[in-house]
Structures are given as structure tokens and as C-alpha cells.
Design a protein around this ligand. Sequence first.
Ligand code: UT7
Length: 332
Amino acid sequence: MHDSFPTTARIAGLGCYLPERVLSNHDLERMVDTSDEWITTRTGIKERHVVADDEGLVELVERAGHDAMADAGVEPGDVDLFILATATVEQPIPASSAIVQPRLGVTNAACFDLSAACSGFVYALNVARQFIATGEAKTVLVVGAECLTRYTNWTDRATCVLFGDGAGAVVLEPAEAGDGILQIDWETDGSYADLISMPGGGCRVPPHSREAIDQGLPFIQMRGNETFKVAVRALADISQRVLDSAGVTVDDIDLFIPHQANIRIINAVGSRLGLNGDKVFTNVDRVGNTSAASIPLAMCDAIEQGRMKRGDLVLLTAFGGGLTCGSALVRY
Ligand code: UT7
């Protein structure tokens, strides 16, 4: 009976949304002790998008999700599973996926949030693929979305220059071997959990506690330099492992889309893998680090620029807080 199940999942549609408001490096120069020159040379970021005062996570998810369903030609009622990858929830209870469900119209879908920081989109692809491969789900909406600027300490120049808001979504449908997600892998190393964290705002240090407020704990903190080194190694290792498992080499890849955290990380990983620069996609200059939204936002840009088209072999690799990493080899 299992022989009749599809073996994998394919991306049937893609949608993205960036908030209208743009914050440039020059704007940041007026907010903290930084410079366009420092941010550009150390990170590659020139600008990032920031939610409007009356926007939250759900507005971003709604826009990207609707676009992905339209692109796939599916009705919201056809979606039977909706996974929202995010580290920046609308509110702690209930799940943000449940809050946005009526706005998306995916009323027949079971909904849950997935927390794997910047690797959340790739983790969600893996979960969705499993449900489709077992026949438990047929049409899955996966959204990676972040409202990071609401969790940013705007007096900390080491982090506030890095993050941006946005959302990217895909609709996944059953596929036969050779199409869609060909290989996927993920891993977690919790011994590095304190490298990227928000130590206040949970049950250990509740958001309303004096300690949380006095010590500014409900904000993202990062030990950037240490994270940088682990990120390069982890991104390169898991990418190579996925290529090896699939029996392909970098020469077979049409495009590598890594998590957009820092241009220096992206370039270092590209050269470790032996990839030509023109096969490595980057849009970090325009969007900054958008965590779980990063890879689908980059996919949208790659398609718009004519760098990615149907039938291409694309490697998607992410790394983030946890520490988590994940990589998917996809026939788009
Ligand atoms: O998405 C999840 C994964 N995240 C990542 O992969 C991020 C990984 N880390 C990074 O991208 C980089 O480590 C950063 C961009 C965060 C920082 O770059 P760096 O080259 O590692 O700089 P650093 O932290 O070693 O700091 C160098 C100097 C310090 O000054 P001193 O001590 O040398 O005098 C910092 O205080 O740069 C200073 N600095 C800044 N100066 C101007 C830190 N932030 C800023 C700033 N503007 N915004």
C-alpha cells in the first residue's frame, strides 16, 4: 500500500511579502554609533524592511501565503496542513498560525508554529515533505515569516543593524522521485544555544518581571563573532552532505541559495563548496537578515531576476539559533 504514496513533495507555488517601510544604513547612523561603511563591509547589508506601526506578523504571513496559493492555483480550502516557521510570534498564546488561519482562509488545515530560528523554513519543508510522503497531507502551506524588528534592541549596534522583517511562502504538493525535494537534512546542536538568544520573555524570566525590564532581556542577543565561525563550518558541511547523499556535485547545481545573514559568511561558504560566484544567490544587501523568511524571500528575488526557473536544481541551506541547520536539494 505504501508503494502508492508519492515519494516526495514539490514546490507548486511561491509568494513573498516585504513591508513597505525601508530602513537604510544612513537611517541607522542617526540612531546608534555606526556607519554605512562598517555595516556594508562587515555584513553586506545596505537596507532592510521594517513593519509599520499597525502591522504585525500576521499581516506579513497573510500577504505571502495568499500569493503562494494563487501562484500554485490552489484554493485556501484545499490546504490540509499549514506550518508557520517563525521565531517572532504574534503573541505567546495561541500559535500565530492559528491567529492568521481565518485571514488566509485555510480553514481545513491543521496549523502549527515551528521554532527553529533562521533554519525554520528548511525544517518546515522537511516536516511538510514527510506528511506528503506518507499520504497524511496533500496540499501543505509552509510560510517562513519574521517580525524581528519588534524583538530588536535599538540601542545595541551589534545586533540592530542586522535584522529585517518579511515573509515568504510555498505551497507543497505530492511529487514523484526526481522532482521537488530530492534530498533534505537537518541537525541541531543545543550546546551552542546561548550564541543567539532572547533570554527574557519566556517562563524563566517572564516579560513583565523587573529583571527582564531592568536588564533589557526580552531582546535578541548574539555572540556574533563566535556565531560567524560556527555558521561557515555548519553551512558548508550540511550542504556538502546533502549533495553527497544525492550523488550530485556542485557542478550539477544551478543555484545555491543560502540563508542571508552576512555576505562574508555567504562568500566563505560558497568558496568552501567550490561554487562559482554566479551560482551563489544573495539579496542580503536589500533585506538584511530575515531569519525564517530569508530563503523563500531570496527564491522570489532569484525568480524575478531570472536566476532561477522551473527545472533548475537548487540547493537551499540555512543556519540559525539553536543552533540549527538544514539543507534541501530541490528540483524547482
Ligand atoms: O542568522 C543567524 C546567524 N547569524 C549569523 O550568522 C551572524 C554571524 N555574525 C556576523 O555576521 C558578524 O559577527 C557580525 C556582523 C555580527 C559582526 O561582525 P564582526 O566582524 O564579527 O565584528 P565584531 O563583533 O568582532 O566587532 C568588531 C568591532 C568591535 O569593536 P572593537 O571591539 O574592535 O573596538 C565592535 O564593537 O566592531 C564593533 N561594532 C560596530 N561598529 C560599528 C559592532 N557592531 C558595530 C556597528 N557599527 N554596528
